[in-house]
Design a protein around this ligand. Sequence first.
Ligand SMILES: [Zn+2]
Length: 251
Amino acid sequence: MELTIAQKLEALLKLQSLDSQLDELIKIRGGLPEEVRDLEDDIAGFETRIGKFNAEIKTLEEEIERNRMVKKDAEKLITKYKDQQMNVRNNREYDAISKEIELQSLEIELAEKRINEASFRIRGKEEEIKSTQNALNERKEDLKAKKQELDQITSESQEEEKAIKDQREEQSTHIESRLLNSYNKIRGNALNGLAVVMVKRGACGGCFNVVPPQRQADIKDKKKIIVCEHCGRIFADVEGVPEPAPVGRGR
Ligand SMILES: [Zn+2]
C-alpha cells in the first residue's frame, strides 16, 4: 500500500525523533569511548615498544655470547702457542709464533670491546624499558578508571538505548528504502544529526535560513517532499501558522 506524502513525512519525523534521542544518549556518554580507545592504543604501542627493546636486548646478549666464545678460543690458542714456543728450533719459528700470539691478543681485545659496547647498549635499552613500563602502568591505571566510568554510564543508558534502537528498527521498515537512504545520507552530512526539520518562525529548523511564504504553503500542502534549498534537509511541516507576507507593517 502506497503511503501518502503526509504519512511518509510523519514516519520520517518519527524516525528523526528516535535518532535524535540516540544522539542525545551518545552525547551523555561524551568522549569517554574515544578516550578509552586512545588509552588502549597507547598501551598497545608501549607494549610493542617494550617487546622491541627486549628483542634488541636478546640480539645484544647473543652478540656478547658470540664474542665470549671468540675470546675463549683465542685464549686457548695463545696457551697452545706458548707451549709450542717452548719447543721451537730457531728464532724464525719463535717470531712466527709470537706473531700468532699477538694476533690472538688483538682478537681478545676486539671481542672485549664488543662485549663492553653491547653491555652498554643493553643498559640503555633496560633504562628505556623502565621508563616505558612506567608510562604503560600509568596508562593502565587511567584506562581502568575510564572503563569503570564508561561501564557505569553505559549500563545506565543501555536499556534505554536498546529500546530506542528497537523502535528505530521497526520505524525504518515503514519507510521506503530510497527515502530512507536519502534520510541517512542527509543525517550523515548534518552536524546536528537532523535530516528532517520543521519550518520554525519562517526559517528552516536545520540551517535557519528563511523559507519564503509560498514555499511554506507548499510544505504545508504536503503534495510532495520538499527539501531546504540551503541545507537539503527534508521539511516535515510548518510549525504554527505560516508567516504572512510582511505587508502594511511599516511606519
Ligand atoms: Zn535548511
